[in-house]
Design a protein around this ligand. Structure first.
Ligand SMILES: C[S@@+](CC[C@H](N)C(=O)[O-])C[C@H]1O[C@@H](n2cnc3c(N)ncnc32)[C@H](O)[C@@H]1O
Length: 301
């Protein structure tokens, strides 16, 4: 059995030469910051087979030439979508949501009730479970949030996964991970014959899903009370990671909190102005004393 599996992997490896793999890795890195490690040739070969077919080419060399053409945005989108890892689930790393509920949301709910601006960001939101999870907790603490200046920005580089996030439909089985009775309060019951449930309008209305490449310029100027950027930087090379951490830390308001994934870490000099409030939890020193911040032009949330 082991031998068979090895043979199968070897055959898949044969589909993409080392040189072609290096070209794919370089292109992916240029476009996204993602570092493709050695030993993923079989995976890359299988994930690119459909994009190759759709581009009407027979080999990776020709495919890379298509991707390099000016205006090949659709093909680049498909390439990125094929090679990003979108694994996520509701209430992933639950201790982050526990911290948010106990130590952060009561004050943010009060801030929103005072008519002040509150912003949360799920950066690298994948199919939306993280952003909707944030919305459910926000509504628990501040049921009137949709009528306040409180919004959640949810961004990802992968347009295909963003389309799924916007649909806001999840298999009923995935809802079991939600705490308490959130599943029954924030989902419409599955229609007869369907196994999928729809997120309630109140939660959907809080979130703006936007395409954003974290490696490029960000088309908004504001800072955030809460940033979740979990299990995204782990796929980047070190330089891209450090650059991202610096930019994210700059975007946290005084008193605001940055949450990162359990296998990610930030060099301590970058978080010098932050207190470590838990595993992967960084709270910026100070208090946000600002009045309502007017939205800047081009701002997405
Ligand atoms: C593993 S998922 C993490 C989802 C969620 N944050 C969580 O922890 O469950 C990583 C997401 O990061 C996105 N991503 C990868 N590179 C990106 C980039 N350069 N800019 C924005 N998003 C990126 C991927 O498309 C993917 O959906």
């Amino acid at each position: 059995m082991t031998l068979n599996l090895k043979n199968r992997a070897a055959r898949a490896d044969d589909l993409i030469s080392e040189e072609a793999y290096a070209r794919v890795a370089q292109l992916l890195h240029e476009l996204t910051g993602i570092h493709l490690p050695q030993g993923k040739r079989a995976m890359v070969s299988s994930r690119l087979s459909r994009p190759l077919r759709n581009a009407g080419v027979a080999d990776i060399d020709a495919y890379c030439r298509v991707l390099a053409q000016p205006g090949a945005t659709r093909q680049q989108d498909e390439f990125i979508s094929a090679l990003t890892t979108n694994t996520t689930r509701f209430n992933r790393e639950a201790h982050h949501f526990d911290h948010l509920c106990q130590d952060v949301l009561p004050a943010l709910a009060a801030k929103a009730q005072e008519g002040r601006r509150v912003r949360l960001w799920s950066a690298g939101c994948s199919s939306g479970e993280e952003a909707y999870g944030l919305a459910f907790h926000v509504l628990d603490h501040c049921p009137g949030a949709p009528t306040r200046d409180l919004r959640i920005l949810a961004t990802d580089i992968d347009n295909r996964i963003l389309a799924r996030a916007r649909q806001a439909r999840y298999p009923a089985s995935a809802l079991a991970a939600l705490p308490g009775d959130q599943a029954s309060r924030y989902f419409d019951p599955a229609p007869a014959g369907s196994t999928h449930c729809q997120v309630s309008a109140a939660a959907r209305q809080l979130i703006a899903f936007r395409h954003l490449n974290l490696k490029q310029d960000w088309p908004f100027a504001g800072r955030f009370d809460v940033i979740f950027c979990r299990n995204v930087a782990i796929y980047f090379d070190e330089t891209t990671q450090v650059h991202l951490w610096r930019r994210l830390c700059d975007r946290v308001l005084p008193g605001g909190v940055l949450y990162i994934g359990h296998s990610e870490s930030i060099p301590p000099d970058i978080t010098a102005g932050f207190a470590v409030a838990g595993n992967g939890i960084f709270q910026r020193h100070g208090r946000d004393t600002g009045a309502a911040q007017p939205a800047k032009s081009g701002e997405t949330a």
